[in-house]
Ligand binder design. Structure first.
Ligand SMILES: *Cc1c(COP(=O)(O)O)cnc(C)c1O
Length: 377
């Protein structure tokens, strides 16, 4: 075996991408340094226009993080303290934290076990007199059933905020996520499909009023400088982050295609094992942010991969309704049987566009070898 064939492959490797783009990023960062404008300058304005164009939205407003993008979107649609917002428990805690931070009450519903996203049927069943909005999450890069969710929302007069933090470039038909609901929220956390070198996020919408309201809220409620019209906050996308993101945006489609190519190779390698690969749902283009398999033998499977130099992770080890900060909203886990069943079985494998063909081949070989000559599975 050569040295490279035994090197440990981590579950994520944001430095690998930065290394390849060092020159372009340095140029972009230097341009910001020389501009003398470090807050809401040209880099942010240009990136907002680029991202709106890429995603097919009329407006895009850069903000400080994906969590803030959700908070600002919830506030922009005019939700009031005590309003209920329906989302899922099988998500990053940020989704539910944002709903609480916006002063609303999160109501968590179950997922569809195939897409692992919000189950539209469960959504309909949990709508009550205080329900005001819905936050579907395109988890792992798999688009949620937006057509069904939107028809429920329209029937009940509810607003929809798409949590697109894991799904940059994901599509239903030829329409990108973030264009189905009233508003979409993206994160640029470094390991996301489009990642900054720090925190960042963006709100997208076609509604000029929502765009204006978000713009106002991100900077103290200002319409003109120093005059607050509504109580706002400071949540601006950083000029440096915007400059880096502009360099990367042009590469996103190619990266996503590479992610799907690697995912297809893993799925083939796992075909004759007892490990379940993510579903490939007809009519949707998966952004393959995370490749999450299911197994009843999680502990042993993770150990097997670790021993073969392959890192894994859990997204997430505990659904939000079970976490100490949030379980008061949902004492009854029995209402979420699919969420309860799924979280014990999931394992995330390394998946990022910078994985080399040799690394992918090695991972595939190890995956296909699971269950061969092993008594313990
Ligand atoms: C990452 C993430 C967020 C939060 O984004 P931050 O930029 O880290 O604040 C929200 N929702 C989901 C589903 C995420 O994966």
């Amino acid at each position: 075996m050569t040295a490279t064939s035994t090197e440990f492959i981590p579950v994520a490797d944001p430095l690998a991408q930065i290394r390849r783009l060092k020159k372009e990023i340095s140029t972009a960062v230097n341009a910001v340094l020389d501009s003398g404008q470090y807050i809401l300058g040209q880099a942010v304005t240009r990136f907002e226009a680029d991202f709106a164009g890429y995603n097919g939205n009329r407006h895009a407003i850069g903000v400080a993080s994906g969590t803030d993008a959700l908070i600002l979107a919830l506030r922009a649609i005019g939700l009031r303290s005590g309003d209920q917002v329906i989302t899922v428990s099988h998500t990053a805690v940020a989704t539910v934290a944002a709903i609480e931070m916006a002063g609303c009450v999160p109501v968590m519903v179950d997922i569809d076990p195939v897409s692992r996203c919000m189950d539209p049927q469960q959504l309909s069943m949990r709508i009550g007199p205080r329900t005001r909005a819905i936050v579907p999450v395109h988890i792992y890069g798999q688009p949620a059933a937006m057509h069904a969710i939107m028809s429920v929302a329209r029937r009940h007069g509810l607003k929809v905020i798409e949590d697109c933090a894991q799904a940059h470039g994901a599509q239903i038909g030829n329409q990108k996520v973030g264009t189905f609901g009233d508003v979409g929220a993206f994160s640029f956390y470094p390991t996301k499909n489009l990642g900054a070198i720090g925190d960042g996020g963006i709100v997208v919408t076609d509604d000029p009023k929502l765009a204006e309201q978000t713009l106002t809220l991100r900077e103290y409620g200002w319409k003109e400088r120093y005059i607050s019209h509504v109580p706002g906050m400071n949540s601006r996308l950083d000029e440096l982050q915007a400059a880096v993101l502009r360099v990367k945006l042009g590469l996103l489609n190619g990266w996503n295609a590479r992610r799907r190519e690697i995912a297809a190779a893993y799925t083939r390698a796992l075909e004759h094992t007892n490990i379940k690969s993510p579903a490939d749902l007809e009519g949707t283009l998966h952004a393959m942010h995370l490749f999450v398999v299911e197994t009843d033998r999680r502990k042993v499977f993770r150990k097997y991969l670790e021993e073969n130099g392959i890192g894994t992770a859990l997204h997430y080890p505990m659904p939000v309704h079970r976490q100490p900060a949030y379980y008061r909203h949902h004492q009854d886990g029995a209402q979420l049987p699919e969420t309860e069943a799924l979280y014990r079985k999931i394992v995330t494998l390394p998946l990022y566009p910078e994985l080399t063909d040799a690394q992918v081949a090695r991972i595939c070989q190890v995956l296909a070898g699971w269950g061969k000559n092993r008594r313990d599975i």
